[in-house]
Design a protein around this ligand. Structure first.
Ligand code: ADP
Ligand code: MG
Length: 257
């Protein structure tokens, strides 16, 4: 486990309400290596967002442990990207991107230069002075990603970030977002109910059961190993095989009583 960045061991979690206890997670075990892109897929309501809330510390596990391994023992900085981009309409793109740095009082010359570098590198510089309302949904999500990267997170959590986009945009933006995350070498966890999105973006897909949620399968996506280039993934037989396997596992969850 030397390359381990994050480890969940026997994690369980319950919500409590007036109606009593609802066990959302029963026994979650998985490992995320540094620089790895992991996707969590599972039936709607199975506990995916709950797992992210536990990882970022918004919720505390009832049982089990969540461990971060870092070289210098600093608390990990976590960046979150959600379905809604939450860009502020009254600020232009540049000042939206600056928001996290402003709030954390980190507007250092290095960080400002880093933001400029990101905008330049990913060809977004000419959106700098625009208002979010002037941008397409796909462009807005790219900006939301840059805003998240501006705080230099150690870990990126993406909770269904493309589900509000139309199909064509979604394909393009998910590809771009993956390229950016990979080139910035960010460890990332994507939550999605879209199997093809998980298969085409992730290095490892973790299939979850319905609630109380546990891990059903952990599947490494071995496209590169099989000589399949990224641009060819969706057309490959292997893609179909992974898709069918995960589809069947999730169908079983929906039909089992
Ligand atoms: P997913 O993201 O996979 O759709 P969630 O993690 O949001 O699922 O929710 C998992 C389960 O926990 C669902 O059944 C949901 O209804 C329940 N749940 C989520 N949040 C709360 C809460 N604050 N109080 C009680 N139950 C909750
Ligand atoms: Mg959710």
């Amino acid at each position: 486990m030397h390359n381990s960045f994050l480890r969940l061991e026997h994690v369980s979690f319950s919500y409590y309400s007036m109606l009593g206890e609802f066990m959302a997670l029963s026994d979650i075990n998985f490992n995320v290596e540094k620089g790895m892109f992991v996707a969590l897929v599972g039936p709607s309501g199975c506990g995916k967002s709950t797992i992210l809330s536990l990882i970022c510390g918004l919720l505390k596990p009832v049982g089990g442990s969540i461990t971060f391994y870092s070289e210098d023992f600093h608390a990990p900085r976590v960046g979150y990207m959600l379905q809604h981009d939450h860009l502020l309409e009254w600020r232009d793109v540049y000042h939206n991107i600056m928001l996290g740095l402003e709030i954390s009082k980190n507007k250092t010359p290095e960080n400002l230069a880093f933001v400029d570098e990101l905008l330049e590198k990913y060809k977004l510089s000419d959106t700098k002075n625009k208002k979010p309302s002037a941008l397409s949904g796909g462009m807005r999500q790219r900006i939301a990603l840059i805003r998240t990267l501006a705080i230099r997170p150690d870990l990126l959590l993406l909770d269904e970030p493309f589900s509000a986009l139309d199909y064509q945009t979604r394909l393009r933006v998910s590809g771009d977002v993956r390229d950016i995350i990979k080139s910035e070498e960010k460890t990332s966890i994507l939550v999605t109910h879209d199997i093809s999105e998980a298969v085409s973006m992730a290095d490892v897909v973790i299939v979850l059961t319905k609630s109380p949620c546990s891990v059903k399968d952990i599947i490494p996506m071995e496209f590169e190993k099989n000589g399949i280039q990224r641009s060819e993934i969706r057309k490959s037989k292997l893609f179909q095989e992974y898709f069918d396997r995960i589809w069947r596992q999730i169908q079983d969850e929906n039909t089992e009583m």
